[in-house]
Design a protein around this ligand. Structure first.
Ligand SMILES: Cc1cc2nc3c(=O)[nH]c(=O)nc-3n(C[C@H](O)[C@H](O)[C@H](O)COP(=O)(O)OP(=O)(O)OC[C@H]3O[C@@H](n4cnc5c(N)ncnc54)[C@H](O)[C@@H]3O)c2cc1C
Length: 486
């Protein structure tokens, strides 16, 4: 490219004004893609703080993550961003041992078995598996080895696949706690081919589901050989450090970041967009005029902004409301980390869905808590409101304390509760649910028909930073390219 071309591109970039609506990780990353080539960027965030589902709270001086607390290392995209932003030294691996299972009918709590895939065991007679499903469940699961693989054909539903091959106990006691904890969903609604790629094919090849799990685990171990490390990592000091670093980076590129400002409407006139806003101190703030708009909110506000301009958005996906109650506890009984890094519950056995013993899992949290403990209790799953949703904050904290006592196997007294914090979220539909990827692709294609418009975030990328970040990079890049070359 000649220097005239470069100068022309720089001039074209400077003529663009991209407004990004939503300051969660998706919006921040997409905004950065546009700002770094010299486009004028304004990012609007309705809340007072950036980050969306990446949030923190202070409990008696201890600052901890109350939303996302880690990132998946698969794909390497999140780690690459962390490194680019100069946060490599803050990257930490979790510890604290494995998680436990609570609520097993007629059996004490037990560590989650090792060596399975999404809770499906490779060997139903393995001690840690049999302890959870009992002898009856183990023999029923063993039938999988004797049945011909093709009697059920290619099964898309993970729950139906597991139940038909290995019985209801494996589905309900081993798989359901994992899918509820990871996807807030019942195993029947989970798409086997997305949640466990290769499992159906291995089943046909090997002849049994347990054999398929063993074969896939072996493949995974071989792939991981020479790449030591954890499947998830965190940041010492909390995931909000990633948000802070993105803000600093955006400001370095002269992007304008406005918090406490909600986008209330979008209009288009040819190549020009107008974004109506509400908030800050101004009673009637000036609308923003833009050449490009990136909608980066959760699904309901995004649909409200998009529906007038985009045909074929389809039906909204159900989005579970979840709540996290974080407890700071003066409880030396927890020093031994009685349930490792946390607990998953057998669905239906308790009000809470899961618990993370954060000060056992993360060394930086343990150090920040100076002798006390941080425990996060999660409520709510697909199709079921969080048990805390109708409670006030004090009652929610009391319920979380009772749930933590039962799940940790330690009687925690109210006077041991130093501080509590409660956070509400609407979780986007995970990409592993049946039908989710078709729905997302349809939304993406429909939005891409509209010049100067893009949509990013978990409802179109799938939940989790490892999905949202690379998708926001790609979509920010697509929009900036389209604006420069139109
Ligand atoms: C409790 C919880 C724990 C999680 N833990 C993990 C984890 O450990 N690891 C992981 O990888 N993922 C985790 N996730 C998932 C991950 O956090 C999300 O997928 C991701 O952060 C979503 O980012 P986003 O940008 O799509 O949306 P959001 O984070 O929801 O951001 C959207 C933003 O848009 C703003 N907004 C909405 N409407 C408007 C408007 N009209 N105008 C302006 N702004 C608006 C909102 O205030 C919000 O800040 C977790 C999610 C939750 C809820």
């Amino acid at each position: 490219m000649t220097s005239e071309h470069t100068a022309e591109l720089a001039a074209r970039a400077a003529e663009q004004h991209v407004v990004v609506i939503g300051g969660g990780i998706g919006g921040l990353v997409a905004a950065r893609e546009c700002a770094k080539v010299g486009m004028r960027v304004t990012l609007l965030e309705a809340a007072d703080a950036l980050g969306g589902s990446i949030r923190s709270a202070e409990l008696d001086g201890v600052v901890v993550d109350t939303g996302a607390e880690s990132f998946a290392t698969r794909g390497g995209h999140v780690r690459a961003l962390v490194d680019e932003l100069g946060l490599s030294d803050a990257v930490v691996a979790p510890g604290g041992g494995g998680a436990w299972l609570h609520g097993i009918p007629d059996a004490p709590d037990a560590p989650l078995p090792v060596g399975g895939i999404l809770g499906i065991p490779a060997n139903p007679f393995q001690d840690d598996v049999r302890r959870i499903i009992g002898w009856r469940g183990a023999w029923r699961a063993y039938l999988d080895r004797l049945r011909p693989p093709l009697t059920i054909g290619h099964e898309r539903s993970l729950g139906r696949l597991v139940a038909s091959r290995m019985g209801a106990r494996v589905r309900d006691r081993l798989v359901a706690p994992v899918t509820a904890g990871v996807y807030s969903a019942h195993p029947d609604d989970v798409d086997t081919d997305i949640a466990a790629p290769g499992l159906n094919a291995a089943l046909t090849r090997v002849g049994s589901l347990t054999g398929a799990v063993a074969a896939l685990r072996l493949e995974q171990q071989e792939k991981a050989a020479g790449r030591p490390g954890s499947a998830v990592l965190g940041l010492a000091g909390g995931m909000t450090r990633l948000v802070d670093a993105l803000r600093t980076d955006l400001e370095k590129y002269d992007a304008e970041v406005r918090t406490g400002v909600r986008a209330t409407g979008l209009t288009r006139d040819g190549k020009t967009w107008t974004v109506a806003i509400d908030g800050e101190t101004d009673a009637a703030p000036e609308p923003l005029v833009a050449t490009g708009v990136i909608v980066a909110t959760a699904e309901p506000p995004a649909r409200a902004l998009l529906e007038e301009h985009v045909a074929g958005l389809g039906e909204p996906a159900p989005a579970p409301e979840i709540e996290i109650v974080t407890l700071l506890l003066a409880a030396p009984e927890l020093d031994i980390a009685p349930r490792g890094s946390g607990v998953l519950t057998v669905p239906g056995s308790r009000a809470a869905k899961a618990l993370t013993h954060s000060s056992a899992k993360w060394r930086w949290v343990r150090e920040a808590a100076v002798g006390r403990h941080v425990v996060r209790v999660s409520f709510g799953t697909q199709g079921e409101p969080a048990a805390t949703s109708s409670l006030d904050d004090d009652a929610a904290a009391r319920l979380a304390l009772d749930e933590a006592s039962a799940m940790l196997g330690v009687a925690l007294r109210p006077e041991q509760l130093v501080a509590a914090h409660r956070s509400r979220f609407v979780q986007a539909q995970p990409s592993s649910l049946i039908g989710a990827s078709e729905r997302r692709d349809a939304v993406r294609q429909a939005v891409q028909q509209v010049p100067g418009l893009a949509v990013v975030g978990a409802w179109v990328a799938g939940t989790g930073l490892a999905q949202v970040i690379p998708d926001a990079v790609a979509e920010g890049d697509r929009l900036r390219h389209a604006l420069l070359w139109r």
